[in-house]
Design a binder for this molecule. Structure first.
Ligand SMILES: Cc1ncc(COP(=O)(O)O)c(C=O)c1O
Length: 286
């Protein structure tokens, strides 16, 4: 564990990462009543901050909180980026503020935290299947809330099996997403990603891959309901399909191992990874 390289901003100023900041009654802490965003940092600037702030607002409103103060958050972002070096990721957290010991809420000012830190994303990913599912009918489906214990459990399971990420089905057996990534399946010359109806997060990287690929004339699209079953992973193991993952810090990463067996990255996934790198370098707030 190390706080080295991490920069923290709260309540209008930079803080020591080891400094206690939150009230024990913060509802983000007691019940995970909050929302967050993680953006990549590219050449010292936040990547796609406008899109991330839009999703932060949607998540906040989606769980019944007021829209967060974007000017305040942008001030925090500038402060941490100016203070840090070799930053790779930015984390914005907004909680319901002080609350009771149970799940009810008090009318309370929100807690706003902005953190930045280093990141060394690997170029390729090893994944495993897991016995748990995403609930596409959950009250918080598709919202980026701070209630992430489920993802922590699933990722610990993946790591204990020598993998970097897990792939989850939803309750009706469709392929859904990873703990912090969206998934793409390359099959029959196309790259498909599960639709938002599966309960996956509307990933910003996923969204940009779909938009930029369409502009470049590449065959990349959202799968129709029922088109991508979790069993497609058997086809990946058999060499008839390939996998790629997307996320703000790893961008587009081909999968090279599934359940401990080597699997080959697909050529279209590789092409999309290159396209993403080109477009990212050309515009930091697309
Ligand atoms: C559950 C989940 N799915 C997908 C993603 C990828 O989203 P993005 O591309 O916006 O980082 C994340 C990001 O952390 C996530 O937490």
């Amino acid at each position: 564990m190390s706080t080295e390289g991490i920069v923290v901003w709260a309540d209008g100023r930079l803080r020591d990462p080891a400094e206690p900041l939150l009230s024990p009654l913060d509802h983000g802490l007691t019940v995970g009543d909050g929302v967050f965003e993680t953006c990549g940092v590219v050449r010292g600037r936040p990547f796609a901050l406008t899109r991330h702030l839009r999703r932060l607002r949607q998540s906040a409103v989606g769980i019944g909180l007021a829209p967060p103060d974007e000017d305040l958050i942008r001030e925090g972002v500038e402060a941490v980026l100016a203070a840090g070096t070799n930053l790779g990721r930015l984390r914005i957290t907004v909680t319901a503020g002080l609350g009771p010991l149970g799940s009810g809420r008090w009318a309370s000012p929100q807690t706003v935290l902005v953190l930045a830190g280093p990141a060394q994303p690997a170029d390729v990913v090893r994944v495993v299947r897991v016995p748990w599912v995403r609930n596409e009918r959950s009250a918080v489906a598709g919202l980026k809330t701070t209630s992430y214990a489920e993802n922590a459990v699933v990722l610990a399971h993946a790591r204990s099996r020598g993998a970097d990420e897990a792939l989850l089905a939803n309750t009706v057996g469709e392929l859904c997403e990873g703990t912090a990534t969206n998934v793409f399946v390359e099959r029959d010359g196309e790259l498909l990603t599960p639709g938002l109806h599966t309960g996956c997060l509307a990933g910003i990287t996923r969204e940009l891959v779909l938009e930029w690929s369409a502009e470049a004339g590449l065959p990349v699209r959202e799968a129709a309901p029922g088109e991508l079953a979790y069993a497609v992973l058997d086809e990946v193991l058999a060499g008839r399909a390939h996998l790629g993952l997307t996320g703000s810090v790893r961008t587009v990463a081909p999968v090279v191992e599934l359940d401990g067996a080597p699997v080959a990255p697909g050529p279209l996934t590789q092409r999309v990874r290159e396209l993403y790198a080109e477009r990212e370098a050309a515009d930091l707030d697309p």
